[in-house]
Design a protein around this ligand. Sequence first.
Ligand SMILES: [Mn+2]
Length: 258
Amino acid sequence: MYLFLSDFHFGLGTPEAQARRRQDFFACLDHYADRLEALCINGDLFDFWFEWKRVILKDHFSILCKLKGIADRGAAIHYLAGNHDFALSRFLQDEIGAQIHRDEHVFETGGRRFYLQHGDGLAPADWGYRLLKRLFRSRFNQKLYSLLHPDFALEFAHLCSRTSRNHSSRRWDVDGWAYREAARAKIHQGFDYVIYSHTHEPLLEPLGRGVYVNTGDWLKHNSYAVWEDGVMTLKYWGMPWMERSQEEGYSKRQVGTG
Ligand SMILES: [Mn+2]
């Protein structure tokens, strides 16, 4: 089975809130560990990520160990860059065995074609953000940044992380119009499943002959998608009554509305 999740934003929130989120995440991974073929992290696992040549972020030590454990058990780990954790260098690849995808991830299994992307900058109103993205992702700027002392650099990063958050146009994101249209275009190209994230709004929607899924987030929804026995299901950790499979059709439900 394939597991798709995103937007944990570890590093964001109080230590207690993060510990709870981490517990839920680990419990979810453990639940599927025995039959997990591939873990697809669709961006923003970390609220900020950066690697110096010989330094990594110790705050995320336990999460990195968990991922290593999953890889060691034989599951593939696909890590797609989000708008918060785009500065992926070689660590996850070399030390954990994850496959890094900086833009999109396309694969085929069981005769089905999958298209994955974090989805930041998809909305037309996000032009300001797209500019910022170019700035953040420029090699020169990342090189400059790497010259800073890590403790200072991380303080600075929290500031930028907030800016990036404010610059993603929520108006369009929540509406999801741009995402649905982008997914429709991909399905038109022949994909069976299009998986986006970033909006933090979980969604499963059959579109034509394909299915669009948004993995939602773990700040509010604890949502994720599972592909098993040829069926995609949108799930909510700890809330089994919320789940919807592609066979049940359109699903956009909020926690608390039953
Ligand atoms: Mn995002």
